[in-house]
Ligand binder design. Structure first.
Ligand SMILES: O=C(O)CCC(=O)C(=O)O
Ligand SMILES: [Fe+2]
Length: 262
């Protein structure tokens, strides 16, 4: 597909990104619940093309298996290994970077579109949203094969935008618990975190169909993606923005997530 416009890719009738009432309703929903799911966001043909592109690029994916705490920080040796702060969680998944998404892909069109960026900044209540300055971090396509998962964690960023392209046969569920910590106040809530890790607090689960856009506030909501079950790989796009221009993802984070700097 070449020379696509936003109208070819997004169902703008169902999701009128320009409409101030639609924007206000989306913002209110995000503020109330911490998550906004726009079902049927991608048009069927655009979704099918993105699935094909993701499948073609899958062999380029950089896979990592790592352990981390839920706060995504180094261990605190003063606390001891069994302290919840130091509990190690496993994540295993692969991704391709912005420069590996085919240049004609609708994902680049959405990501750079002024209307889309305006919608996102209005909904999250930010003056603007800006691409990453490095060539890797703006658009990532994540692949989770049989048995691969993203363990419990909090995000560092205040919001994340995802587009599910392909769901696995089973597993690959997005689970979350709202308002667990308060990152800005430094309130870590060790008891609340332990209760989730031990399975005592039951998380909420998002039922997401392919083509849905999810805007999620994951800084204080603890969340995970359960292991993929079966041969059908989970394909998930992350669209990442900054709140100011000319910011690159740190070199250490790029090496960890992508295995390269450029
Ligand atoms: O794969 C998902 O649905 C969520 C991804 C996520 O939580 C993250 O990348 O931090
Ligand atoms: Fe996350």
């Amino acid at each position: 597909m070449t020379h696509q416009t936003l109208d070819d890719i997004i169902d703008l009738t169902r999701h009128p990104l320009d409409d101030s009432a639609y924007i206000a309703q989306a913002r209110a929903h995000l503020n109330e619940t911490g998550v906004l799911c726009l079902e049927g966001f991608l048009k069927d043909d655009a979704l099918a093309a993105m699935v094909e592109e993701a499948a073609e690029q899958a062999h380029h994916a950089y896979f990592t298996k790592s352990t981390h705490n839920v706060y995504l920080t180094p261990k605190d040796e003063t606390l001891g290994d069994d302290h919840v702060f130091n509990r190690q969680i496993t994540s295993s998944k692969g991704c391709i970077c912005t420069d590996q998404v085919p240049s004609e892909s609708g994902l680049h069109i959405i990501y750079h579109d002024a209307r889309f960026k305006h919608f996102i900044s209005e909904v999250v209540g930010q003056a603007g949203v800006y691409p990453y300055a490095d060539p890797l971090s703006s658009i990532n396509v994540h692949y989770a094969n049989d048995g691969q998962e993203l363990g419990w964690h909090f995000d560092n960023s205040s919001f994340a935008i995802t587009l599910l392209l392909q769901a696995p046969e089973a597993g690959g569920a997005f689970e979350y618990v709202k308002d667990v910590r308060d990152a800005d106040r430094g309130e870590m809530n060790f008891d609340g975190v332990a209760s989730i890790l031990d399975g005592k607090t039951k998380p909420q689960r998002l039922a997401i169909d392919p083509g849905t856009l999810v805007l999620f506030r994951g800084r204080n909501a603890m969340h995970r993606v359960t292991p993929t079950i079966g041969d059908k790989t989970r394909y998930l796009v992350v669209l990442a923005y900054n709140d100011a221009p000319d910011i690159a993802l740190s070199e250490s984070a790029r090496m960890t997530f992508f295995g390269r700097l450029a």
